[in-house]
Design a protein around this ligand. Structure first.
Ligand code: NAD
Length: 377
């Protein structure tokens, strides 16, 4: 029998993305896979049920999840959704692997093979499946637009009959995937842009986008292409130099993150107080606690004339394209998982092995297993 794939409606409040878009469903149907979509699942991403010509539309979540061999989600499946999954089926989506680990015991009990999109390794073979990157890039782009909307200034230089307007200055802190896209977007809008990161390897990338690299001479390259946490001494050195660049900026976009750790605090209240009135900080690290001391999630804080905005779930604000890219990430992952019309969980494959959290009635992921065992002993 053909493999049944399902896409439930996302239940996270305000979520505008959907796991599969119609074009990708068509590709899956051509491969003899049967796709079912929950009615209305893609409305906020810009698609009607009728746009999914190659899928079956199902109203009830329990009917949908209870029959599928593979369930695809954007946000982590909720407890209620986990309850409804077919025993022994596959779940693929964001799973938030660093928090609320008790959920994984529930998935284990239901014998679910659960793959976390966050844990797809950052190796070149997996680039086309890398949802962290596809979604971070969208967040970086949107953060600049959010900032430009909040700023009472133009980004580009403008020469008008009434005089010349100087371009705005944008500082991007954290030049990973989101930061580099923010730099590119701010440059396209005509701003003067500086970029900063603790990984010196990004200097060249920042400069190739036409921005200046702020060099603080701290080298904090960690493992897997990520940054490591800074020592107290390094943090002070960073703040002393960065304060001048923050003070000169009209807009600061901060994106700094360490996987599985709270966001590093980089912009102190004192640094904000050194900024000009009307300046804007958009803190993309808000969900991890924020890069700025004053960040409050989903609020705009006004502090001595400076606006600090810490939006959550920014990729969802660009729901149509975010869904399109995420669906492509999933398609590429499915092409690895499904071989000759059957689900093949090849534990020897680095991508499968690293992203699999629960499998065959056990916790497969070693560090999550250790944490769960530690919590229960
Ligand atoms: P991230 O979201 O974890 O962090 C964002 C940025 O913040 C990173 O560039 C990090 O160095 C920086 N940062 C952390 N602490 C900081 C601090 N105290 N001060 C300033 N900056 C700080 O990272 P990400 O954007 O998801 O990815 C980071 C890197 O991983 C990429 O730029 C790339 O080099 C690598 N990567 C590789 C692949 C691949 O090979 N398939 C895919 C994606 C990313």
């Amino acid at each position: 029998m053909a493999i049944q794939i399902c896409v439930p409606k996302e239940v996270r409040e305000g979520e505008q993305r959907v796991a599969l878009v119609p074009d990708i469903v068509k590709r899956l149907a051509n491969d003899n896979l049967q796709v079912s979509i929950q009615s209305g699942a893609a409305t906020l991403a810009g698609y009607t049920d009728a746009d999914y010509e190659n899928a079956t539309i199902v109203d009830s979540s329990s009917e949908l999840l209870g029959q599928a061999d593979i369930t695809l989600t954007v946000n982590p499946a909720t407890d209620e959704q986990i309850e409804q999954l077919k025993d022994g089926s596959v779940l693929i989506g964001y799973l938030n692997p660093h928090s609320d680990l008790e959920r994984f015991n529930k998935l284990k009990q239901k014998n679910i093979s659960a793959f976390s999109m966050e844990l797809i390794p950052r190796i070149s073979r997996a680039q086309s499946m890398d949802a962290l990157s596809s979604q971070a890039s969208i967040a970086g782009y949107k953060a600049v637009l959010l900032a430009s909307n909040m700023l009472g200034k133009f980004f580009p230089m403008l020469t008008t009959a009434a005089g010349t307007i100087r371009p705005s200055k944008v500082l991007v802190i954290g030049a990973g995937v989101a930061g580099l896209q923010a730099i590119a977007t701010a440059r396209r809008l005509g701003a003067i842009v500086e970029g900063y990161d603790v990984r010196p390897a990004v200097k060249e990338q920042v400069e190739s986008l036409g921005a200046k690299f702020v060099d603080i001479e701290i080298k904090a390259e960690g493992s897997g292409g990520y940054a490591r946490e800074l020592s107290e001494e390094e943090k002070q050195q960073q703040q002393a130099i960065l304060a001048k660049h923050v003070a000169a900026a009209d807009v600061v976009i901060s994106t700094a993150a360490i996987p599985g750790r709270p966001s590093p605090r980089i912009i102190s209240t004192e640094m904000v107080e050194g900024m000009k009135g009307g300046s804007v900080i958009v803190d993309l690290a808000a969900e991890g606690g924020g890069n700025c001391d004053l960040t409050r999630i989903d609020e705009t804080v006004l502090h001595q004339g400076v606006k600090i905005f810490g939006p959550s779930n920014v990729p969802s604000m660009v729901g149509n394209h975010a869904s399109e890219l995420y669906a492509k990430n999933l398609l590429n992952f499915l092409e690895l998982l499904i071989q000759d019309g059957a689900i093949n969980i090849d534990l020897e494959d680095e991508i499968i092995n690293a992203s699999l959290i629960t499998h065959a009635g056990a916790i497969h992921h070693s560090s999550i297993k250790e944490q769960l065992e530690g919590a229960s002993s």
